[in-house]
Design a protein around this ligand. Structure first.
Ligand code: ADP
Ligand code: ASP
Ligand code: MG
Length: 452
């Protein structure tokens, strides 16, 4: 049995949902059981919901209410195209109620002029809760024995609103109670990704792009044979197709390579997706919902060596470099601890680190607490902040045993000023930090050298 996660574009409109249903039906025939279907919000809906909350909180109530009516219309029209009026009636009234409730929340936010993370999660979760209900209804209409599962009863998280972490043991138990009995009864469980709830029952979300993570959590929880990520590209590509015109498909890669690529910016996979799969050794496959018969990318514990020296590249924009120089002449022991304690205190992850005799440079991509961090570091060090930098990461298992590849990466970039270069213990990636303005040229050079 497989778990199939469908992203926003794969549930964007009635035609996309019909393609999804055909894909789920094929999986059911092949595996004789399931599948479990996990869906994102319809494309752009999460952004719209977050804008509604922001607008309402800023006092732009009319704008927020106008947006809510557009969302209501889009969901009702999609349902109407898939399910005849009589069968759709109960869900129509649920959808109407949900949007009435959202409008009431917007009015309250406009009065309070403040949006708490907890309220933001209630609003953001609506996208997946609705899309999953619509997909379940459409599946039943199409003759699949589907049943909607409320993700808030399936994924249990801590209370870190807007980027909640799942509680593994509790989530396992919740999935055994909510999803496994349906599979045993021959049904097709359908649930929204991205969404969970705390043990106290407060709605949470797993962070942007988190539906992939939900798919993997469900896959691990029900012990799936495979976790499938259905999206709008052919699989993991050698580079971000928005930066490189014709990247190649990576047919197979290892869990470790996929985790590095996701962490360093390959948006096709949420960075946490691989962890539940690793734990249970469940293969992950990335597939194109427009081309259901294509092979996609298969991600497993070990992958055969790639023909190319590198497996793929990833990049992050809007990276900030922070240079921290010890007030004393040398970095006394304890200095690094002091530095990292500051980042810990302000809950800011550091991506890349390099050091010299007197200074340490780190990169962050979450700038929310940067001013406070700089102030705290300035108590014991000299601090220089450089915004508008980018991170470029070349990944491949072959880097581990073939040192010449890393040297070649740096040589190819010889005319690009590199601010930091790093290769960590896994030696599966070599990462460089450069000016944002140099990123696309650097990517093109590397891609040309290693993949064409
Ligand atoms: P979904 O809504 O299905 O979750 P996402 O937009 O989150 O889809 O992720 C798919 C997108 O990721 C692709 O359309 C592509 O633009 C982008 N992307 C970035 N890097 C890569 C990569 N290395 N391989 C494939 N896609 C990538
Ligand atoms: N809908 C959520 C988002 O846009 C989660 C997801 O699609 O993965 O971030
Ligand atoms: Mg995604």
């Amino acid at each position: 049995m497989v778990v199939q996660k469908f992203g926003g574009t794969s549930v964007a409109d009635p035609d996309a949902i019909r393609r999804l249903l055909a894909i789920a039906r094929t999986a059911r025939t092949t595996h004789g059981r399931g599948p479990v279907v996990v869906v994102s919000a319809m494309s752009r809906v999460t952004d719209a919901l977050l804008t509604v909350a922001a607008d309402a909180g800023a006092g732009h109530l009319d704008r927020a209410l106008g947006q809510i009516e557009q969302l209501r219309e889009r969901h009702l029209t999609t349902l109407g195209a898939l399910v005849p009026a009589e069968a759709a009636a109960p869900l129509v009234s649920i959808i109407e109620d949900q949007f009435d409730e959202l409008a009431a929340v917007a009015r309250a936010l406009a009065v309070l002029r403040e949006v708490s993370p907890r309220t933001l999660d209630v609003v953001a979760a609506m996208g997946e809760l609705l899309s999953s209900r619509i997909v379940a209804a459409a599946a039943i209409q199409a003759g699949l024995p589907a049943e909607w599962v409320d993700a808030r009863r399936a994924i249990v998280t801590n209370g870190d609103h807007t980027s909640a972490a799942p509680l593994m043991r509790e989530t396992g138990a919740a999935l055994r109670a909510s999803v496994v009995p349906l599979l045993d009864a021959g049904r097709v469980p359908v649930l929204g990704g991205f969404v969970g709830a705390t043990t106290a029952g407060h709605t949470t979300t797993l962070g942007r792009g988190g539906s992939d993570y939900s798919g993997a959590l469900v896959g691990a929880g029900v012990d799936a044979a495979e976790i499938q990520i259905w999206t709008d590209v052919d699989g993991m590509l050698t580079a971000d197709p928005r930066l490189i015109p014709h990247p190649r498909l990576v047919p197979q890669l290892s869990f470790a390579e996929a985790a590095e690529l996701a962490y360093f910016g390959a948006k096709v996979l949420h960075p946490s997706t691989i962890h539940p799969a690793v734990e249970r050794n469940i293969p992950v496959r990335i597939l194109n919902s427009w081309k259901p018969d294509a092979a996609g990318t298969l991600i497993t514990a070990t992958a055969p060596p790639t023909a190319t020296p590198l497996t793929a590249m990833a990049a992050k924009r809007d990276v900030t470099v922070v240079d921290i120089t010890s007030d004393r002449m040398l970095m006394a022991y304890g200095f690094l601890r002091q530095v990292f304690e500051v980042f810990e205190r302000f809950r800011t992850a550091v991506d890349v680190v390099t050091t010299s005799e007197v200074s340490v440079s780190v990169t962050v991509d979450d700038r929310r607490n940067l001013d406070a961090i700089v102030e705290a570091l300035s108590d014991f060090a000299e601090v220089v902040v450089e915004p508008e930098m980018a991170l470029l990461c070349a990944v491949g298992d072959r880097l581990r045993n073939e040192p010449a590849i890393a040297a070649r990466v740096v040589r190819v970039l010889e005319e690009v000023p590199l601010r930091m270069i790093s290769q960590a213990a896994s030696r599966r990636n070599i990462t460089v930090i450069l000016r944002q303005g140099d990123l696309s040229h650097a990517m093109e050079r590397l891609h040309e050298e290693f993949f064409t």
